[in-house]
Design a protein around this ligand. Structure first.
Ligand SMILES: [Ca+2]
Ligand SMILES: [Ca+2]
Length: 365
């Protein structure tokens, strides 16, 4: 049980009954033939965390996206690799503040739309999101350490010997993250905060309605995300739920190592889980449809985090996957990224040549 990296910090177990909290023995990674038939029998009402987790492995690509009665979303053309009409724009407030990606406002269907999700991810609902900007990368140790140096963040988190620099900051609580966004807001004179859960999923989906922003299949995950792969297996031979490709990193990878999603945002899936603003609720019943955070009701002692981490099965990296932890809990697989509100925005695009060079440098680290 202790080998799940999400549990190594000794935090409480997070969501009761969540798929991410299963023991390694429960997370049977049965990539071979025989899982598909069982998977295809899964109906939305019958899906429980254990059943979905143990049977979905390796056969995600075999399940076709089902047509739903609400055609407004499903009549959309297949997601392009990059849609110029979206006019995404990378910018930042200061030379040393996080790169941000400006996202258009829009509507999307929140929750798992295939039949491999969990009850936590339902009921589906349409959410309308106002324009905002989200961090192009997870917040790094360099960025966090600057906050510590400036006195805005009180703790210097442990890097577990994996290195700091451009690796995503880990070992930070939800409460710690609030210190960072408060400091960054003061530094820039703008409003920075954690993403709402709806904003996070909107950014992760990037106009797609598939399991991942790159499609439904987990077999391509290693080009897009850092998860428990073959390299990870060398370090953790007793973890059984790895995927049979090689992403090159057994632990965290420098941010931006993998391909961005269609909106030019990196590592939404994998590398580290990411804190969002919302209190934990067991499902989306009565959830807001305007993209705002749920900060009442439910369990506000726990805050949601999204996207899966370096030690997880790809099903934890679906755009719809959810988890939660105590707001004062920390882990070696849990970090965050920031959102910048646009109310007082003066957007200054960064130099595109410098941006390309930085991306290349990050890819080489
Ligand atoms: Ca990995
Ligand atoms: Ca991530």
């Amino acid at each position: 049980m202790a080998e799940d990296p999400r549990n190594q910090s000794g935090r409480d177990g997070g969501i009761q009954g969540t798929t991410q909290r299963l023991s390694p023995s429960d997370r049977r990674w049965t990539c071979g033939a025989g899982t598909g038939a069982a998977l295809l029998l899964l109906g939305a009402a019958a899906i429980g965390p254990v059943a979905a987790d143990s049977k979905a492995a390796g056969k995600l690509q075999a399940v076709k996206l089902q047509k739903k009665s609400d055609d407004r979303m499903f009549d959309c053309a297949p997601p392009p690799a990059a849609d110029p009409a979206l006019e995404t724009q990378v910018w930042r407030d200061c030379a040393d503040s996080p790169q941000m990606v400006r996202l258009p406002g829009g509507r999307f269907l929140m929750g798992e739309q295939s039949d491999t999700g969990t009850l936590y991810e339902r009921p589906l609902r349409e959410v309308e999101i106002a324009e905002f900007s989200i961090g192009r990368f997870e917040i790094t140790f360099d960025q966090w350490d600057e906050c510590v140096g400036a006195g805005g963040c009180l703790r210097k988190p442990d890097d577990h010997g994996w290195g700091r620099g451009l690796r995503p900051v880990i070992d930070v609580t939800w409460l710690d993250a609030q210190q960072y966004v408060t400091w960054l807001s003061r530094k820039t004179g703008q409003v920075y905060r954690l993403p709402t859960e709806a904003e996070w999923e909107y950014a992760a989906r990037a106009g797609t309605n598939t399991r991942y922003s790159w499609g439904d299949g987990a077999e391509w995950t290693c080009g897009h995300a850092n998860m428990l792969d073959l390299t990870g297996r060398e370090e953790h031979p007793n973890w059984h739920w790895h995927v049979y490709c090689d992403d090159g990193h057994a632990y965290t990878a420098p941010v931006g190592t993998y391909k961005p999603n269609p909106w030019d945002i990196h590592d939404m899936n994998g590398n580290v889980w990411e804190w969002v603003q919302d209190c934990w609720h067991n499902d989306y019943t009565d959830a807001p449809t305007d993209g705002s955070a749920r900060v009442s009701g439910g369990d506000c002692g726990k805050r949601v985090n999204r996207g899966g981490g370096w030690g997880n099965h790809p099903r934890s990296m679906r755009s719809a996957s959810r988890d939660a932890d105590a707001a004062d809990g920390r882990s070696d697989a849990l970090g965050f990224r920031v959102v910048r509100e646009h109310a007082r925005a003066t957007l200054t695009p960064i130099d595109t040549q410098a941006r390309a060079q930085q991306t290349q440098e990050q890819g080489q680290n």
